[in-house]
Design a protein. Structure first.
Ligand SMILES: [Zn+2]
Lengths: 320, 319
């Protein structure tokens, strides 16, 4: 069943009507609804195009967080073979908010790491809604370091509201864990490519997305703080999230302009959740292209490329 | 009396009496409520003489107390594009900047300088909590990179005093990008084999803690400093549970293995001299008779611990 966002309400009505008609036709063999249903479908498709043509930043946040949006696990299943999860930080625990392991991307062995939000109540709780604790970052550090030693490219998939604000996470050095993960991203002598597939939330995202190449899905977001958080601090009113979402310039299109990311991946009509396979394949194509970009660079060149990219950020390409 | 107090005190006095004395000569300790005479408080580096509470100190006042004779040279920081996002909340970002500049008398939230501590040449960077909560934007990122590059160029250790509420929201994603940028700066130091010492002061939170502030060779914190990624209020709202006494304070972090030491501000200078000299494989600092700073600028001052008279010291600090 499709889950509709608040701004998709008119669409829900049309699609609902079409569905009702078809259900009626299924019950009465002599009823012919084909023409009428097709007209409704066309109307829905047109509306969907209109709604998604120019999504406001806040609506993009909603789409980026859509529960039906393909998650890390879906991408790994669709785009990678021989996925072999590797667990644990060798210190305290295995954090299921971060999944990662060895896999083949188009036959090439790689290390894939990403945030997993879960897809139903049970798995969402198990994955802590994609909010990593220190162990998640430390697992990622371990996997990145290993990838570097064995010469395997690293692919990271970013989808997190941010680090988990919990007592234990703080006690076990959340800050240090994030800092070390970012540091490891900058240290590894193998290609590191990253795709923001949903939410790129603050430090939790940076910890994996400090990459040679970063792509974002068209309706994903990447931000220093959630619009709600920003609104409650700067507007003293969390309800001002729409304004905050605009001010923060957190859309893929804005980030491309600011030189923070390298490419925007088009989503199917109505967002990635409406045609998951198509969306995931587009991400696969982007990963292929980004890895190809880095072909022929040795470890030293890759490290240099990555560092220079971040050092240069904000020094060029910004309008005064 | 050791030579440090003997030598540095008069200089601090002269500088503070010139710049920092407000019309109101008394300041109330926000912890114990004691009224403290401003000059006495400044001499004690803004640490309450009654209860030992560490109050906010500006980078300039800190450097004046830190460097030999209060002498330091500011390092230029490349200016970033102003207001890159044309950010506007209830106020415009440029207006917030102007207010912060007026209030602090500083250009931005970080000051970088070179100088000597106990004849040990160092580069220091200090974040200014009074400037928009010390928040990390592009300027702060540039300052950290400039500090690291200067340290590498001069082959000196970098001592960084952190103090920040977190990221500069008005610079959005570009503020977030200072996490990897500052991490590159730390890597420059590590690759050059130079010590990187972080002094975490109250408060150090958010993205600042999750990048350069937690990547030091040595982590020292001032007593009772709040150091965290997610602040206590956010956590209480999330887990709906009261947090233990002293949670996320310096002593708590020391207990949990995140810091090397908790050191009073008044003891910090001696401690930093001791640590940096050992890491730089320099002889122990000479105590007792007062040696002056290097007279010849082209000679490495650190090797001249038994040099001339205090009267030949450098000109007063830039202020
Ligand atoms: Zn007091």
């Amino acid at each position: 069943m499709t889950q509709y966002l608040d701004f998709e309400k008119p669409l829900a009505e049309i699609e609902g009507k079409a569905e009702e008609l078809r259900a009626l036709a299924r019950a009465n063999a002599e009823m012919d609804v084909a023409e009428e249903a097709a007209a409704l479908d066309a109307k829905a498709a047109k509306l969907l195009d209109e709604l998604y043509k120019d999504l406001t930043p806040w609506r993009k946040c909603q789409v980026a967080r859509h529960p039906d949006r393909p998650h890390c696990r879906d991408y790994i299943e669709r785009l990678f073979t021989e996925y072999t999860p590797l667990a644990g930080d060798r210190n305290f625990a295995d954090d299921l908010a971060v999944m990662g392991g060895l896999a083949r991307f188009k036959d090439r062995p790689v290390m894939v790491i990403g945030h997993e939000k879960g897809s139903d109540t049970k798995s969402r709780i198990a994955h802590n809604f994609g909010m990593a604790r220190p162990e998640g970052y430390r697992k990622a550090v371990r996997l990145m370091e290993m990838a570097s030693r064995f010469g395997l490219p690293v692919v990271t998939l970013i989808d997190t509201a941010g680090a988990y604000p919990g007592k234990g996470a703080e006690e076990r050095g959340q800050s240090e864990a994030i800092a070390r993960s970012t540091e490891m991203c900058l240290k590894i002598g193998v290609p590191l490519v990253s795709v923001v597939i949903g939410e790129g939330g603050s430090g939790g995202a940076v910890a994996f997305a400090t990459a040679n190449r970063v792509a974002m899905l068209e309706h994903s977001i990447y931000s220093v703080i959630s619009p709600e958080g920003c609104a409650s601090i700067l507007w003293k009113n969390a309800e001002k999230m729409r304004e905050a979402a605009v001010a923060l310039r957190l859309t893929a299109q804005d980030l491309l302009k600011l030189g923070v990311i390298d490419r925007v991946i088009a989503e199917p009509r109505g967002g990635a959740h409406r045609d998951k396979r198509k969306a995931m394949d587009a991400v696969g194509d982007a990963i292929t292209a980004m890895l190809k970009d880095l072909d022929g660079k040795d470890g030293t060149a890759l490290i240099k490329d990555r560092r220079q990219k971040f050092l240069d950020l904000g020094t060029k390409g910004l309008a005064a | 009396m050791n030579w440090i107090t003997n030598y540095v005190r008069p200089r601090i006095n002269s500088i503070f009496s010139r710049r920092e004395v407000p019309e109101n000569l008394w300041q109330k300790c926000d912890e114990c409520g004691t009224m403290l005479f401003h000059r006495e408080l400044a001499e004690n580096l803004n640490v309450c003489t009654q209860c030992g509470h560490h109050m906010n100190i500006s980078p300039r006042a800190r450097f004046t107390g830190l460097f030999d004779g209060g002498v330091f040279v500011e390092v230029d920081v490349p200016e970033p594009v102003a207001d890159p996002l044309h950010f506007r909340d209830q106020k415009k970002y440029p207006d917030r900047m102007k207010a912060a500049q007026k209030g602090s008398g500083e250009k931005e939230a970080m000051l970088v300088a070179t100088g000597e501590i106990g004849r040990t040449p160092i580069v220091a960077a200090a974040q200014d909590f009074s400037f928009m909560g010390g928040s990390m934007g592009m300027y702060v990122g540039n300052a950290i990179i400039a500090a690291a590059q200067e340290a590498v160029k001069l082959k000196r250790p970098l001592i960084l005093f952190s103090a920040a509420g977190g990221a500069r929201m008005q610079e959005g994603i570009l503020s977030l990008m200072q996490m990897p940028r500052s991490t590159v700066a730390v890597q420059m130091l590590k690759e050059a084999g130079l010590p990187y010492i972080v002094v975490l002061t109250h408060p150090t939170t958010g993205g600042v803690t999750a990048s350069y502030a937690m990547l030091g060779d040595v982590h020292i914190a001032e007593p009772n400093a709040l150091i965290c990624f997610a602040g206590p209020r956010v956590i209480e709202q999330t887990i709906r549970e009261t947090l233990p006494e002293g949670f996320q304070r310096a002593e708590y972090l020391l207990d949990h293995g995140m810091l090397d030491r908790v050191v009073k501000r008044t003891d910090l200078r001696d401690e930093l001299i001791t640590i940096t000299r050992m890491l730089m494989k320099l002889p122990p600092v000479v105590r007792g008779e007062l040696p002056a700073p290097a007279v010849k600028a082209d000679e490495p001052a650190a090797e001249k611990t038994a040099a001339p008279k205090p009267t030949e010291s450098k000109a007063a600090a830039k202020s």
